[in-house]
Design a protein around this ligand. Sequence first.
Ligand SMILES: C[S@@+](CC[C@H](N)C(=O)[O-])C[C@H]1O[C@@H](n2cnc3c(N)ncnc32)[C@H](O)[C@@H]1O
Length: 276
Amino acid sequence: MSDHTRRSTGWQLEQNAPEAYERYLVPPIFASWADRLVETGDIGEGNRVLDVGCGTGIVARRVATRVGASGYVVGLDSNQGMLAVAKETAAGNQQTLEWRQGDAEALPFADGDFDIVCSQQSVQFFDEPTAALEEMQRVLTPGGRVALSVWRPLEYHPAYVVLAEALEHHIGANAGEMMRSPFPDWDGQDLRTLLQGAGFDDVLVTIEIDSVRYPSVEAFVRREAASSPLAEPIAAVDQAVRHELVQAVADALSEYSDDEGVVSPMESYVITADRS
Ligand SMILES: C[S@@+](CC[C@H](N)C(=O)[O-])C[C@H]1O[C@@H](n2cnc3c(N)ncnc32)[C@H](O)[C@@H]1O
């Protein structure tokens, strides 16, 4: 067990997953990936941009600073709780930002409404990714562009391999499955085929590599749990079981633990493509 884990004083679970997501997962993970996506998407002054599956709005906020007062950004998500946090977090920057509840597979916009459509770490959660990509194509202006990112498979994220296995063992099969769901078993060619099948041209798939760091293994497990649908199944087990879970993750991640906590590689496909 690491010192960080031994110093544990118990485990207070967050009740509000969208707020926990914005507080615990956006700064160490999604913020830097959002910068990368905005850069790759070549978003500029005056662009009309849609962020599909915007969550608590990190990409839309970054885009807003790029498009300026002459452009605008719409963040769309199906989850009202995520949108409520998005609105609150972006308060003061509302003039170019609009938030809409809706389904990626039936976008509530007219044909050609946007210059660029972004989507960060959301396509893997859509029931029908092809239908969503076709919708993105429809709302793009001729010559418009999509900029997407989706995680590489689980095996490229050692901390999450360990967490998924420990969840499966200590909490249950569904918890393990939930932790694996952000990391589908796809490769670059699968994604190229998906985009081409939805009618996009000039598909460019790149592999980007970064890392995530948490101050302790306990913080890693607790923050991931609090910020996701795992909060409920983990809250349902005894405190002793939660301690065993943290212990198992700490033991398995000893090679990724250091004086600053725990660190793990994270890898994503970042994709751009043009409307045909
Ligand atoms: C992992 S979060 C990513 C959020 C955000 N893009 C970010 O980078 O922080 C995935 C988001 O996709 C949203 N989502 C899942 N299915 C959706 C759908 N069919 N239509 C719209 N949003 C959806 C979820 O509600 C969630 O907010």
